[in-house]
Design a protein around this ligand. Structure first.
Ligand code: NAI
Length: 252
């Protein structure tokens, strides 16, 4: 029996990067996958990922839905429930990084970052807990960031949104533990995706950054998928309200 056989997983922002990596790992371990994407330019990638996931003999479906929008999130989760019947694991992954020093950071950039990174976690959690409460079981996994723990010059909006996720995670863990719903966060370090592709364009910056990572390498979406496999499965049944850093030791 596979670790996540018959489990239904929702992933926000799953068409590429870390979200797609998580989908691949969980599907390999038997989970059915319902993921969202936001822009028209992601439609082809989303459909291609659905086809790829289905080769694991699981059910997969993609949905166009803006996680920053409360109403759209509500109807996305309703659609998933119609299509899949229940939701066992929720991965709040959708996110953007708008980097700017506070002197130049506009109120629009601040608000867009909070809406996409933090409001989205509320928008989706609010609706996935209903089937979880009914089943008296569930695992919610929020993708934070090492930057939300230690901060970074030029990333105040991003860091604030990711730190907010950690406070939300711990509070939800306390509220829902008695119903056997667990809520944890993952704090990735530098993971190779579109969000960090600027590193490839500036090899000197990349080299410099590697000196700060004890394992001396950047992470991959698979590394985050493996952490989700642990937090989503019974292997972590006694773990809630925690922040697991997956960062090559960068936080030591
Ligand atoms: P990415 O830019 O490759 O992917 C982000 C995904 O989120 C995309 O599929 C995008 O379409 C989706 N998305 C953005 N806004 C959305 C919205 N409003 N509604 C629905 N989907 C939306 O980035 P990556 O690296 O895969 O990031 C995934 C998560 O991991 C983000 O929350 C990010 O902050 C976090 N993270 C990434 C790190 C890295 O080094 N790549 C490090 C720490 C955290």
């Amino acid at each position: 029996m596979k670790l996540l056989e018959h489990k239904v997983v929702v992933i926000s922002g799953g068409a590429r990067g870390i979200g797609a990596g998580i989908a691949r790992i969980l599907a390999q371990h038997g989970a059915h996958i319902a993921f969202s994407f936001v822009s028209n330019s992601s439609i082809d990638a989303a459909n291609a990922l659905v086809n790829e996931l289905e080769t694991n003999h699981i059910k997969a479906k993609c949905y166009q839905s803006n996680a920053a929008d409360y109403k759209q999130s509500e109807s996305w989760i309703q659609d998933v429930l119609k299509d899949f019947g229940t939701i066992d694991i929720c991965i709040n992954n959708a996110g953007i990084a708008i980097d700017n020093l506070i002197l130049r950071l506009s109120v629009e950039q601040w608000q867009e970052t909070q809406r996409t990174n933090l409001d989205s976690v509320f928008n989706i959690t609010k609706h996935v807990i209903k089937p979880m409460l009914k089943a008296r079981s569930g695992s919610i996994i929020n993708i934070s960031s090492i930057i939300g723990i230690k901060g970074n010059a030029g990333q105040s909006a991003y860091a604030a949104s990711k730190a907010g996720i950690i406070g939300f995670t711990k509070s939800i863990a306390l509220e829902l533990a008695s119903r056997n719903i667990r809520c944890n966060a993952i704090a990735p370090g530098f993971i190779e995706t579109d969000m960090t592709k600027y590193l490839k364009e500036k090899p000197d910056d990349a080299k410099n950054l590697l000196t700060k990572i004890p394992l001396n390498t950047f992470g991959t979406p698979t590394d985050i998928g493996n952490a989700c496999l642990y937090l989503g499965s019974h292997l972590s049944q006694y773990v809630t309200g925690q922040v697991i850093s997956v960062c090559g030791g960068m936080n030591i």
